[in-house]
Design a protein around this ligand. Structure first.
Ligand code: AMP
Ligand code: MG
Length: 403
């Protein structure tokens, strides 16, 4: 059976990057940049003061304490009209451009704060408390490269280079189809033998978290023809996800339906738990993911296969798969050992290291095991017991939290 890594490689080999579209930079959060963004100017534009204090010539204060004549007062945003000549200083505020003649700033705390004459108590070397022209960005530099996911820092940089419209990857539309005679929508009464279509809503939320647009396509009964029709009607989306109906049960029709539609199967089982029955197919140019019906398997296989697909399709170049870090296991876990198993854990920062706290119930149907889960601790095939305290490779599926 295919390993998770092999399956991921097969998925990535099938994903092409979608077209780009222009958006206002204020709407670009969570999108992927699709052009190189250049700095048009040096930032800072000129040397400027990093402190409130006095702009001086370093050689004038080499024998501090010394007194200098204050010849001008310079708030941020004002330009000096005078030059700092030997024996003089200009009172300067943080951010104001360094006056000609000055080569250092003495912070106000190291002076008597004089307005006419200032006593400087310490020496400073040239360049001290000066933010150099271009230290942040140099004119012509690529400050943000094509393929960069846009977060708060990147949005700030876009503003500072006045890049108010940017090309970003289009958000893919993800069709979500639920299968199962027992599956009903949230507004149906809780009749015996039914289960709520929680997968569709959990998947829609995961799709949004990944930056794409979910399209809920309803629930299909376990019938061959109905499944074929439902898959066909979902084909205008960029990617199609279905849940359930991909095992070997007598009523699992997804594979049949895909075959009938002429889909090309790329794989249909992955050596992992939860989530073994995962199908990847190409159907009329679209990628189709048949995800397991079990709610946890469904979410875990989304995180490992579909979320990276969305990032890649939007144009992200690096880091599309969730990171794996070593975490210290907070309590022992038992595994069957028959397949590589992903244990849902809450990864916390404790005493300077990452600690994984396994969820109490680990059944693939126990959806509450996903509450607060931000990691998947990996226990390999053949391993049946991992003791508390063991450093364990862990997929980080959401930000680490504090303890
Ligand atoms: P299946 O893979 O179709 O055999 O489904 C496996 C399990 O997942 C069954 O117990 C289903 O009841 C459950 N399941 C299937 N579809 C959904 C869904 N849309 N929402 C929640 N649970 C589901
Ligand atoms: Mg089913």
């Amino acid at each position: 059976m295919l390993s998770v890594e092999e399956a991921q490689q097969r998925v990535f080999a099938e994903v092409s990057v979608l077209d780009a579209e222009p958006v206002l930079f204020t709407d670009a959060l969570g999108r992927v940049l699709r052009e190189d963004v250049f700095a048009p100017l040096d930032i800072p534009q000129r040397d400027n003061s990093a402190m409130d204090g006095y702009a001086v010539r370093a050689e004038d204060v080499a024998n501090a304490p010394v007194s200098l004549r204050v010849i001008e007062d310079l708030p941020a945003g004002s330009l000096a009209t005078k030059r700092v000549e030997p024996g003089t200083a200009i009172r300067i505020m943080t951010g104001a451009l360094l006056p000609d003649g000055a080569d250092a700033v003495v912070q106000v705390e190291l002076t008597d704060a004089g307005r006419e004459v200032v006593r400087i108590d310490r020496t400073v070397s040239r360049g001290v408390n000066v933010r150099a022209r271009g230290e942040d960005m140099r004119a012509g530099d690529v400050v943000l490269a094509d393929g960069t996911p846009l977060r708060a820092g990147e949005i700030g940089v876009l503003a500072s280079v006045r890049k108010t419209t940017v090309q970003v990857g289009r958000r893919p539309v993800i069709a979500i189809l639920s299968t199962g005679n027992e599956v009903v929508d949230v507004d149906q009464p809780p009749a015996l033998g039914t289960i709520v279509n929680s997968n569709a809503y959990a998947l829609a939320a995961l799709v949004r978290e990944a930056g794409a647009l979910p399209r809920l396509c309803g629930i299909v009964p376990d019938e061959r023809e109905a499944t074929i029709a439902a898959i066909e009607s979902a084909l205008d989306a960029d990617f199609i996800l279905s849940t359930g109906g991909v095992s070997v049960g007598a009523y699992d029709f997804v594979k049949d339906a895909l075959d009938a539609l002429g889909a090309e199967t790329k794989f249909w089982r992955v050596a992992m738990k939860p989530g073994k029955p995962v199908v990847l197919s190409r159907l009329r140019g679209r990628l189709y993911f048949g995800l397991p019906g079990n709610p946890v398997s469904c979410m875990v296989s989304f995180l490992l296969f579909v979320a990276p697909t969305i990032r890649k399709a939007m144009g992200q170049r690096a880091g599309v798969t969730p990171p794996i870090a070593m975490t210290r296991l907070g309590s022992a876990i038992k595994s069957k050992g028959d397949r590589r198993t992903y244990f849902r854990v809450r990864v916390v920062a404790r005493d300077g290291e990452l600690v994984s706290l396994p969820m109490r119930a680990q059944g693939s149907g126990v959806l509450t095991s996903m509450i607060g889960a931000n990691g998947l601790a990996i226990v390999d095939e053949g391993v049946t017991f991992v003791d508390a305290g063991t450093m364990t490779p862990t997929v980080l599926t959401a930000p680490v939290v504090s303890d």
